[in-house]
Design a protein around this ligand. Structure first.
Ligand code: NG1
Ligand code: ZN
Length: 559
């Protein structure tokens, strides 16, 4: 770094001093905190994004969002050149950067890192960062802080893409770096045209069936997702979607609404009620990267039947498997190709879903919580489907398989046009276009669910009957230091503090079909507890006993 560069960072960073006594950590989804604490961290992430762009010589994304957190929170995360999460190898630098106490410390840190990573400031393409934000009121000011951070790297270019869903920004980064059309209009066009293609491929005896193609009602979490879905819907022929909780009628972001609320509380979001019994409903989270479906339970004020990420995964897996099995019937053995299909879950996946997937003969893999881990694992397959129970997930297609499918459809369009094999390969190709290849995307996931339900001729109830969830309970426990909990085996066991896991085993044994674990949250200052068992009462008891154990072992509870 030359002196001019150092001086620029020194002067601009003095406008963004970090709050005293606050330690931030680049967790499961970047930095998240009360928005009033974040301007320094966001400014510094702007610097990091520009350096990452210089290092990778590619466009980097910077998203300002706190997803499903309350409206007064905000957050920031980076999208890497392939549209995925920031390389884990840079996370310690992000932590150090955000927590550097003074501008001088900051310069020192950047200087050392630039040397270590051999980042060149001259000679290559200048840094380029595209930025997006969700609808939070603090987003505008934080976006300015990020832009100033980017501008403190000489020659760096920042482009504000406006209010977006998180997956839209990730999609744009990926598209830009692949040299493809990458505007918001292009995003909508790609989703709508691949959706229409899949609709055209629905077997005719199914497309007229009643029950599967009636109205869908979507809860937009009072965030960005509802607004974008409204735009997208205009480009879909003949699909009827009613959107509620746009955030424009006094509703507050994520307050009593949204996918996180619906999945955790298992009750209807605001704006839904007994008049919706029997209707297919879906809920997005605040930045539209999570999706769950639900139906309002009959004769109950607010209870729902939840269709979570695990069941969305199961639906996707069934459909993909069906298409692959049609393709494998290709007579010409020379031309056939075995595609390796894998699914990825976390410990939060309901045990009944894992059993169901295994019974289908699928390979089920587990990773720790956080899409960066699931995504990485799913990318090992020709087709990798990953979902967190909370509704964040997608389907990844390897470049190799995509290339093979493209060649196959070309060949089949002349050799056996209209054949089942041609249709199956066209469907798979369309899915790879529709479903976001960068991150989980509620909008593209929702369109794929809608197509598959029609393809199968299923109502929401038919889908829900694939298997029955084991009753479960999630709790949060406030402790003095959540980092004292260290886990192993994809977070299924506690390695430290000593003795805690033994106590957990002893509690689990008391509950039929009991399964439970505890882990520190990566996005909130809490330890999370998860339990499932054969009855709701047993799951609740098990979760409560675990919460007590956590409290005992970690002491000094704050509340
Ligand atoms: P943490 O706070 O680390 O549990 C939560 C979700 C993750 C993931 C991230 C990012 C649960 C239990 N955890 O992480 O799955 O979605 O937020 O948004 O839902
Ligand atoms: Zn989200």
């Amino acid at each position: 770094m030359n002196e001019e560069q150092k001086a620029l960072i020194l002067s601009s960073s003095s406008h963004f001093l970090p709050p005293q006594g606050v330690k931030l950590s680049y967790g499961t989804a970047g930095f998240r905190a009360d928005a009033s604490l974040l301007s320094s961290a966001v400014y510094r992430v702007g610097i990091l994004a520009a350096l990452r762009s210089l290092k990778t010589q590619a466009v980097i994304g910077l998203m300002i969002t706190a997803s499903h957190n309350k409206i007064s929170d905000n957050g920031v995360k980076i999208a890497d050149p392939n549209g995925g999460m920031l390389s884990q190898h840079w996370e310690p630098f992000a932590d150090a950067l955000a927590n550097a106490p003074s501008p001088q410390d900051l310069i020192q840190l950047i200087n050392d890192f630039v040397k270590k990573e051999d980042i060149q400031f001259n000679g290559g393409r200048p840094a380029e960062v595209i930025l997006g934000r969700d609808t939070r009121p603090s987003g505008g000011a934080l976006l300015k802080a990020a832009t100033e951070g980017i501008a403190s790297i000489l020659g760096a270019v920042a482009t504000d893409m406006g209010i977006l869903t998180t997956p839209q920004l990730h999609w744009m980064v990926r598209a830009r770096n692949k040299g493809m059309k990458a505007s918001e209009k292009d995003y909508f066009e790609q989703l709508s045209s691949s959706f229409r293609c899949l609709m055209d491929l629905i077997p005719s005896e199914k497309s007229n069936r009643k029950g599967s193609n009636d109205k869908l009602v979507v809860d937009g979490a009072n965030g960005v997702g509802g607004v974008k879905l409204e735009v997208l819907q205009k480009q879909l022929n003949g699909v009827s979607i009613e959107i509620r909780n746009f955030g424009e009628d006094g509703g507050v972001l994520n307050e009593g609404v949204g996918a996180d609320f619906v999945q955790k509380e298992k009750v209807v979001p605001n704006g839904f009620g007994s008049e919706d019994v029997g209707i297919r409903c879906a809920s997005l989270d605040g930045d539209a990267d999570r999706l769950v479906y639900f139906s309002v339970a009959p004769e109950s004020n607010s209870k729902i039947e939840l269709i979570d990420g695990d069941k969305i995964l199961s639906l996707f897996a069934l459909f993909i498997r069906e298409q692959l099995s049609i393709l494998s019937e290709e007579e010409d053995v020379k031309n056939s190709r075995h595609a390796h299909l894998g699914v990825v879950q976390t410990a939060y996946a309901n045990g009944a879903s894992t059993n169901y997937l295994k019974q289908l003969g699928l390979e089920v893999n587990f990773t720790p919580t956080g899409v960066k881990y699931l995504h990485e694992k799913a990318a090992e397959f020709d087709i990798g489907i990953y979902f967190e129970a909370n509704g964040h997930g997608t389907i990844l297609f390897s470049e190799d398989l995509k290339g093979w499918l493209e060649a196959k459809t070309k060949e089949l369009s002349s050799k056996s046009k209209g054949s089942e094999i041609e249709k199956a390969s066209l469907r798979l190709l369309a899915v790879s276009e529709l479903i976001n290849q960068a991150v989980g995307d509620a909008l593209s996931g929702l369109l794929l669910v809608e197509v598959i339900l029609q393809h199968m001729g299923w109502s929401i109830h038919g889908w829900n009957e694939l298997y029955h969830d084991l009753p479960s309970r999630q709790l949060k426990v406030k402790v003095a230091d959540r980092t004292a909990v260290i886990t192993a085996n994809s977070e299924t066991v506690v390695a430290s503090p000593p003795g805690l896991q033994e106590a957990i085993y002893a509690e689990t044994a008391k509950h039929p079909q009991g399964r439970c674990f505890v882990r520190p949250s990566g996005t909130e200052d809490v330890v999370r507890v998860y339990a499932e068992a054969s009855t709701q009462e047993a799951a609740d008891n098990l979760a409560n006993s675990l919460a007590k154990l956590v409290d005992q072992f970690l002491g000094c509870s704050k509340s």
